[in-house]
Design a protein around this ligand. Structure first.
Ligand code: AMP
Ligand code: MG
Length: 328
C-alpha cells in the first residue's frame, strides 16, 4: 500500500486532486458547444491555472524543491485577457491572488531537473480535454533519475480503467516498491490495488494507443498487430490515462511509435514519469522501442530514448520483436 503518512505522497495526492478538480470546473464553464474551432483558450487557461495551484502547494509544503512543469509564464504575461481569466480561476482556490502572483507561481514551475525534482503535466491530453473525453493531471517525483512517486488524476475514468465521462473520476497513485493504487478523484483514501493483466498469448493482446494519429505511426502499428496476430481493434484514448488502463489490466500493450511527421520528436519527462511508475508498480514493464530503460537524467526530455513501449510484462519481448520485425 502507498504510504499515506509520507509527506511527499500526501502532497502529491492533494496537489493532483486540487488541480484536477479546478481543471474540471474550467472545462465545465469554458468548453461549450459554442467554442469556435481552433479556439484553444479553455485548455490554455486550465493548463496555467492548474500549474499555479500545484506550484503554490509545493512552495508552501517543500519550499526548496524543484518543479519541472510544462508551462512557463512568459507567453502568459503577454496575454492579459487569458491572464485575467487564469487569475479569476486561481482565486476560486487561493483567495486574493494577484495577476503578478499567478505569474510568479507559474514561473516556479519552470525549473530544470536537478538531483531530485517534481514534474507536472497540468493537462496531459489537451485534445481529449477539448473533446470532453480523456485527460489527466500528471505529477511525479524523481530522485537520482528514478521515479519514486507518480500520481495521475483522471476526471473521466472510473475505478482507474472505465471510460466514463461525468463519473466520479479516478486518482491513481504509485510509489516505488509499494504498488499502484486507485481511489475516487474527489476524496477519500480507500485505495484499491491495480495489477496488470495475465495475458501472455500474443494474439490476445489489447493495444492502447493515442487518439491523435500524429503522436504515433498508425501504419506501423497495424503491421505490429499483424506480426503479433492481434485482431482486436486498439483502444484509442488521449493522455497518460492509458497507463492506468494498462495498470488495471484492461489493456495489455501501449506503443508510442515515431510519427513520420516528427521523426526527431523526443518524449517530454512530464509525459512519461508518472505513467511509467504507474505501469511498473502494477507489474508491467516500460522501455523505449529498442528495449532500453527510460532515462530521466537528460533534462526535460528523454533524449536517450526512442519512443515508448509499455506492456503487462508478459508481452514485452514479443512486442519488442514485432517492433524490430516491422522496422518501427
Ligand atoms: P496522447 O494523449 O497520447 O496523444 O499524448 C499527448 C502528448 O503527446 C502531449 O502531451 C504531447 O506532449 C505529446 N506529443 C506531441 N507531439 C508528439 C509526437 N510527434 N510524438 C509523440 N508525442 C507527441
Ligand atoms: Mg502531455
Amino acid at each position: 500500500m502507498v504510504d499515506i503518512t509520507n509527506v511527499q505522497i500526501r502532497f502529491a495526492i492533494k496537489a493532483a486532486r486540487q488541480a484536477a478538480l479546478l481543471v474540471k470546473d474550467i472545462q465545465e464553464e469554458m468548453v461549450t458547444g459554442a467554442l469556435e474551432k481552433g479556439d484553444k483558450s479553455p485548455v490554455t487557461v486550465a493548463d496555467f491555472a492548474a500549474q499555479a495551484i500545484v506550484s503554490q502547494l509545493l512552495q508552501t509544503t517543500f519550499p526548496d524543491s524543484l518543479l519541472v512543469g510544462e508551462e512557463d509564464a512568459e507567453t502568459l504575461s503577454k496575454d492579459q485577457a487569458v491572464l485575467d481569466k487564469v487569475a479569476e480561476f486561481v482565486r476560486t482556490r487561493i483567495q486574493k491572488t494577484t495577476r503578478r502572483k499567478v505569474l510568479e507561481l507559474i514561473d516556479f514551475g519552470s525549473s530544470e531537473p536537478g538531483e531530485s525534482w517534481w514534474t507536472l503535466d497540468p493537462i496531459d491530453g489537451t485534445k481529449g480535454f477539448l473533446r470532453g473525453e480523456q485527460y489527466a493531471v500528471a505529477l511525479a517525483f524523481v530522485e537520482k533519475g528514478q521515479v519514486q512517486i507518480g500520481v495521475l488524476a483522471c476526471p473521466n475514468l472510473t475505478d482507474g480503467y472505465q471510460q466514463e465521462v461525468g463519473g466520479p473520476g479516478s486518482l491513481i497513485v504509485a510509489q516505488q516498491g509499494e504498488g499502484t493504487w486507485t481511489t475516487n478523484l474527489s476524496g477519500g483514501l480507500d485505495f484499491t490495488k491495480l495489477s496488470v493483466s495475465d495475458i501472455s498469448e500474443n494474439n490476445q493482446a489489447r493495444f492502447l494507443r493515442s487518439f491523435e494519429a500524429g503522436h504515433t505511426n498508425v501504419s506501423q502499428l497495424d503491421l505490429i498487430a499483424q506480426e503479433m496476430g492481434v485482431s482486436a481493434d486498439p483502444v484509442r484514448l488521449d493522455s497518460q490515462a492509458k497507463y492506468s488502463i494498462l495498470a488495471a489490466g484492461a489493456g495489455d500493450a501501449l506503443f508510442r511509435l515515431i510519427s513520420e511527421k516528427m521523426p526527431d520528436y523526443k518524449e517530454k519527462v512530464w509525459d512519461q514519469a508518472a505513467g511509467s511508475i504507474v505501469c511498473e508498480e502494477a507489474g508491467g514493464k516500460i522501455t523505449d522501442l529498442d528495449g532500453k530503460p527510460l532515462d530521466f537524467t537528460q533534462g526535460r526530455t528523454l533524449a536517450n530514448n526512442r519512443g515508448i513501449l509499455a506492456t503487462n510484462g508478459k508481452l514485452h519481448e514479443a512486442a519488442l520483436s514485432a517492433i524490430k520485425a516491422v522496422g518501427a
